[in-house]
Design a protein around this ligand. Structure first.
Ligand code: ZN
Length: 200
C-alpha cells in the first residue's frame, strides 16, 4: 500500500502539468457524472470520467479542480482519484469509485484533498432539495433559500457507506487557502489545481 500524492500550488496551473518526476499524468475529461474508468496505460484518446483507477506504477492519475473536491483512494496494489462537485456527489461518484475498487481489491484509506469547505460553499435551495434525507446534515441554512454545503462531509458519508476504514482530511479549502490554490468561485479563473496519485 505504498503511494505518493501530488497537489499543485499557485502560480502553477495544474492543467499544464503533463508529467511528474518523469512519469506521465493522466487526467480524465470531467463531466460531473459518476462514472469510473480503469487505466493500465496512457490512453490514446481522452477518457470521459470523474473517477480514475489504476494498478500500474508507470503513471499518475489526477483530477483538475478549483473548488470541487478531489478524493484520493488507496487500496492493495491499486489507487484511485475522484472529482466530486455537488453534482457528482449527488450521483454517488465517490461511493461508486470505492465499490469499483472493492470488486477486486479493498480500499484501505481515503484522503480528502483541496476542496471548498463547509463554511465557504454557498448553494441555493434547489441544490438542497435535490439531495436525499441522509445528506441533510451536510447542509446548514444561512438565510432565505440559502445553504452552506459541506461537500467533504457528504463524501465522507459515501466513503463510510462503502466501508472505507480510514479517512484523512488534508483540511485545505480552495477559498480559505486561496493564496495557495485556485478557486473558481472566488476568482472566476480557468486555472486549476492538479491532484494526482500514483502507486510506488
Ligand atoms: Zn473555506
Amino acid at each position: 500500500m505504498k503511494y505518493e500524492i501530488f497537489i499543485s500550488e499557485k502560480p502553477q496551473n495544474g492543467k499544464s502539468i503533463k508529467e511528474i518526476k518523469g512519469k506521465p499524468v493522466v487526467t480524465p475529461v470531467q463531466v460531473h457524472e459518476a462514472n469510473v474508468a480503469f487505466i493500465g496505460s496512457v490512453p490514446e484518446k481522452p477518457l470521459v470520467a470523474d473517477g480514475l483507477v489504476t494498478d500500474t506504477k508507470k503513471l499518475w492519475i489526477g483530477v483538475l479542480t478549483a473548488d470541487c473536491l478531489p478524493v484520493f483512494l488507496i487500496g492493495e496494489g491499486v489507487v484511485g482519484i475522484v472529482h466530486a462537485g455537488w453534482r457528482g456527489t449527488l450521483k454517488g461518484i465517490t461511493f461508486n469509485a470505492v465499490s469499483y475498487i472493492n470488486k477486486f481489491s479493498k480500499v484501505r484509506k481515503a484522503i480528502l484533498g483541496v476542496g471548498i469547505c463547509g463554511k465557504c460553499y454557498e448553494v441555493g435551495e434547489e441544490v438542497y432539495k435535490l439531495f436525499p434525507h441522509e445528506y441533510k446534515s451536510c447542509f446548514k441554512e444561512i438565510g432565505e433559500r440559502k445553504f452552506l454545503l459541506d461537500l467533504k462531509e457528504a463524501n465522507k458519508l459515501q466513503l463510510r457507506a462503502a466501508g472505507v476504514p480510514e479517512i484523512e482530511d488534508l483540511n485545505f479549502c480552495s477559498v480559505c487557502n486561496n493564496d495557495r490554490f485556485f478557486s473558481y468561485r472566488k476568482e472566476k479563473t480557468d486555472k486549476r489545481t492538479l491532484s494526482a496519485i500514483r502507486l510506488i
